[in-house]
Design a protein around this ligand. Structure first.
Ligand code: NZQ
Ligand code: ZN
Length: 380
């Protein structure tokens, strides 16, 4: 086991109707609320209306920032900071998926000193204060609701960058599975891939952590059990509730206690480059990269890979493991090749160039320029 440090201060409210506790929560932090959300799904599924009722009960003054896009961009984060600073808001309520909540995390640490969000993302300036962030999640995927990470794109620097800071834990996260009923089959599948990918990243981080390995086994097996059920019956509360809690647990720390870092993150870094170039949904990028990465690492870390194969599919054959993993992704209609998302061989060099430029790599399993080339050839 590696040394590790545990800190997770998020107050999680999980279940049907928990939004009823929002008014009381808001009142503990003040009156002025910056309400952030995305492109409009929240108005269709009723969550926006529920939140507005609670904000009215709390007698809050609401400043709305709508339009955070999937694969969020730094310019929107900057605009939300400006709105928050101008109106001296007391807190942020972020309603949506990972893109909205990640953007709100950066806004929350930039508002107090009017910091430049990209300088924060690149660790050029360190935030020292935050305004409270209350997250209301509508999509099971990222785990952002119970961690301190945010991922934002910057078109100017051609990066999709991750940043982690303890001030960015939401103070409260409201997780009502009913709000996830309306998530499309595509994004439901991408969320499932993402949560599995988070456990894999943890599994391949440095350090022996057998208990954490067992958490990973349980999360993935339960997710695979519920995946097809939820896709067949998207309005089934139990199915949505299980997937939602699995996604939270996949990246709230428990899969990495005993390891040196929360994950290797090599596959995510490759995936972020695809998302940056082609606006590929995050989960879709991961179902394409993981099989390729496992093939690349097959001879380098055979014992570790075969341990995962045994835990998940009770197989001693790498080919069988890869086949079963890809079959699962295909079954839920997540892509396993670039071709399936309309990216042809002619784009190979463009992808390799940006991977090289951004030095896309893992924290533990380092990736060279040659590896980038091999990975792209495996993804075609
Ligand atoms: O914009 P709206 O209209 O709200 O639509 C969204 C968006 O189009 C829609 N959606 C969300 N909830 C819905 C819904 N549609 C119907 N019903 C609902 N209840 O779904 C689309 C995708 O939303 P998005 O927030 O982008 O998805 P997700 O939650 O997967 O977040 C992805 C982002 O999180 C980052 C990713 O890189 C990506 O930018 N990640 C954040 C992490 C973290 N903070 O720990 C870790 C992850 O590895 C990941 O990197
Ligand atoms: Zn992810």
């Amino acid at each position: 086991m590696e040394n590790f440090s545990v800190f997770n201060p998020v107050h999680v409210h999980f279940g049907k109707g928990v939004i009823g506790e929002l008014a009381e929560t808001v009142q503990t932090y003040g009156k002025k609320v910056l309400l952030m959300y995305g492109g409009g799904s929240v108005k269709k599924n009723g969550s926006y209306q529920d939140v507005m009722i609670q904000l009215e009960i709390a007698n809050a003054q609401v400043f709305e920032f709508a339009g955070i896009k999937s694969n969020p961009v730094i310019s929107d984060v900057q605009k939300a900071i400006t709105l928050g600073v101008e109106n001296q808001v007391d807190m942020i309520v972020a309603l949506g998926g990972g893109s909205v909540i990640d953007s709100a995390k950066i806004v929350s640490v930039c508002i107090p000193d009017n910091l430049d969000p990209w300088e924060v993302m690149k660790s050029i300036v360190q935030p020292i204060k935050e305004i409270p962030l209350i997250a209301i999640l509508t999509l099971a995927a990222t785990g952002t609701e119970m961690n301190a990470a945010a991922v934002i794109q910057n078109p100017d620097t051609q990066e999709k960058n991750g940043f982690v800071h303890p001030l960015m834990y939401p103070k409260h996260s409201f997780l009502d599975p009913v709000y996830t009923f309306s998530v499309s089959p595509e994004y439901t599948a991408y969320g499932i891939v993402d949560l599995i990918a988070h456990t894999f990243e943890a599994f391949f981080a440095k350090g022996d952590a057998p208990l954490a390995d067992r958490f990973i086994q349980s999360i993935v097996l339960e997710t695979m059990r519920y995946a097809n059920l939820v896709l067949k019956e998207p309005d089934n509360y139990e199915y949505r509730a299980n997937i939602l809690w699995q996604s939270t647990c996949a990246l709230n720390g428990i899969t990495s206690y005993g390891r040196a870092t929360s994950g290797d993150w090599g596959v995510h870094n490759i995936g972020h480059t695809l998302s940056f170039l082609y606006d590929t949904p995050h989960g879709a990028s991961l179902s394409i990269v993981y099989p390729a990465w496992l093939r690349l690492q097959q001879k380098r870390i055979p014992d570790r890979i075969m341990h995962l194969a045994k835990l998940l599919f009770n197989t001693n054959s790498f080919d069988d493991f890869l086949l079963k993993l890809k079959s699962f992704f295909k079954q839920i209609k997540a892509p396993v090749s670039l071709a399936e998302i309309g990216i042809g061989k002619d784009k190979s060099q463009e992808i390799i160039d940006l991977l090289n430029k951004n030095k896309a790599s893992g924290l533990y399993h380092k990736l060279s320029n040659d590896d980038h080339q091999t990975l792209v050839s495996y993804m075609l």
